[in-house]
Unconditional design. Structure first.
Length: 117
């Protein structure tokens, strides 16, 4: 399912070009257009799911795929890998794109000053 006005759905359908860093059955990974760390990737489900609480039982495989994808992305980092995996859910939590995604960040300790994406 996709939403015609959703920017991530447009990226998934390739209506808007955005090179894929990685891809699996249910996920794509792209670079964040406004990076907050030297590595700032977005892990995005291919179906339009607004937030984490909207995942249905049929889509539960996304959760395991997310962990597998995270491990795969970590293989590209200096070892031992250090990273943050963050999902903003709802406008009040800072979600600006209403299509579920996880920020994969590395190369900066986001807790060293104040927590800020
Ligand atoms: P959030 O604010 O948690 O919803 O995160 C949305 C993220 O999407 C932000 O970090 C934006 O910089 C990023 N973003 C928005 N549009 C694009 C785009 N066309 N390509 C890549 N990243 C994008």
């Amino acid at each position: 399912m996709s939403e015609t006005s959703c920017i991530f759905c447009k990226i998934i359908s390739e209506e808007i070009p955005s090179p894929r860093v990685a891809e699996s059955s249910n996920l794509i990974v792209i670079k964040d257009i406004n990076p907050k760390a030297s590595t700032h990737l977005l892990i995005i489900p291919k179906t339009h799911i607004p937030t984490m609480i909207d995942i249905s039982q049929d889509e539960k495989g996304i959760a395991w795929e997310l962990f597998e994808m995270t491990k795969q992305l970590c293989e590209q980092l200096p070892q031992p890998a250090s990273f943050n995996l963050i999902s903003n859910n709802g406008v009040g939590a800072g979600q600006s794109v209403p299509h579920l995604h996880w920020h994969f960040l590395s190369g900066k300790n986001i807790y060293s000053d104040k927590f800020q994406l």
